[in-house]
Ligand binder design. Structure first.
Ligand SMILES: NC(=O)c1ccc[n+]([C@@H]2O[C@H](COP(=O)([O-])OP(=O)(O)OC[C@H]3O[C@@H](n4cnc5c(N)ncnc54)[C@H](OP(=O)(O)O)[C@@H]3O)[C@@H](O)[C@H]2O)c1
Length: 315
């Protein structure tokens, strides 16, 4: 497993990391979550991503339990704040940030997270207040570094212009062969500012593994069939998308790669991406995905991917 430096930080993160969004917030059994985390460590993954809102604390609790007993410095732990934790607890006010970091640390059974991320931008709170609170969290030793997820570009720019606040080291956007939005503005800005991307849904929630076939019901046990995990996948399993994804299969074959390897190597071709955060419901998936680290795609393969996907790509 190759490591990449996270922005201007001194953190070295594995090119493939393990997320916990729909999966370890209740979608899969606790023992299955434990097996996936174990598989991640076995495969050389050192970077785990979660958020306070995943299962309203449930994912952090599972990870806190599963990670307890492991040498804390042996992994890089990231969580997030913003989305509602109760009818009155949400957003990025100073009060919320201080309250939510303490609650996250308690659930995660640790004194610090390596990365504390703002899950979205909060229009209700002055930016300076958010940045001051994040800075206090870092200076109190509760987080080593800060990051944002899906912030508007102008807000990122405004935050970078503030004095005496901590600097961002990471940006967490959706990014995959099918979803290329960050390429236009976010990645160029972050490259200039030494901020890395750590990207979510790099497999388009499993669709880029090729397992969803056009015109056929989703395979048993997949996310699309899950009542608790399938709520966000509809757009990705639309027939034109699935047809385009099937056109990737011969390209993967010709390159001697599996479909997950092709999809993950594609996001990692971008040097500003430090890590692809994958979800996994089973340990075999973790291993299959981890094997994408270090794979380089040549120019012909990249061109063939673009031609195969055509206009189903969202830019
Ligand atoms: N910042 C944000 O706003 C945000 C938003 C979303 C996610 N995230 C983060 O990004 C992480 C990843 O998101 P995601 O779970 O959507 O990512 P993903 O890696 O695109 O999709 C993961 C799902 O695909 C299937 N899968 C994974 N590997 C597979 C393989 N080798 N073969 C076949 N199927 C495979 C599994 O689902 P099944 O087995 O159920 O089919 C798995 O749960 C999240 O856990 C979270 O930490 C962040």
């Amino acid at each position: 497993m190759n490591l990449r430096r996270l922005g201007s930080s001194d953190l070295e993160v594995s090119e493939i990391s393990l997320g916990s969004w729909l999966t370890y917030s209740g979608g899969v059994e606790r023992e299955q979550a434990r097996a996936c985390v174990q598989a991640a460590f076995d495969a050389g993954i050192n970077f785990i991503d979660t958020a306070n809102v995943y299962g309203r604390g449930a994912a952090e609790e599972v990870l806190g339990e599963v990670l307890s007993g492991r040498e804390r410095s042996s992994y890089v732990l990231a969580t997030k704040v913003y989305f509602p934790m109760s009818a009155t607890d949400s957003g990025l006010s100073g009060e919320q940030i201080h309250k939510q970091i303490d609650a996250s640390l308690k659930r995660l059974r640790t004194d610090y997270v390596d990365l504390y991320q703002c899950h979205r931008y909060d229009d209700e709170t002055p930016l300076a207040e958010t940045m001051a609170a994040l800075t206090e969290v870092v200076r109190a030793g509760k987080a080593r570094y800060i990051g944002f997820s899906e912030w508007p570009v102008e807000r990122i720019e405004q935050s970078l212009a503030l004095a005496d606040v901590e600097r961002w080291v990471s940006s967490q956007p959706q990014y995959s062969m099918l979803w290329r939005g960050p390429e236009a503005k976010v990645i160029p800005l972050c490259e200039r500012e030494r901020i890395s991307q750590i990207v979510w849904s790099p497999l388009a929630q499993g669709v880029l593994t090729g397992k969803y076939l056009p015109g056929q019901p989703p395979p048993a046990g997949s996310r699309a069939t899950s009542e608790s995990m399938g709520g966000f996948i509809d757009r990705l399993i639309a027939p034109p998308v699935l047809e385009a994804v099937q056109r990737l299969a011969p390209i993967a074959d010709a390159a001697g790669l599996s479909m997950p390897q092709l999809a993950l190597a594609w996001v990692l071709r971008q040097r500003n991406v430090a890590s692809a955060i994958v979800g996994a419901t089973r340990p075999e998936q973790v291993h299959a995905n981890a094997s994408a680290s270090g794979i380089e795609l040549d120019a012909d393969t990249l061109a063939a991917i673009d031609a195969a996907l055509g206009d189903v790509v969202v830019c």
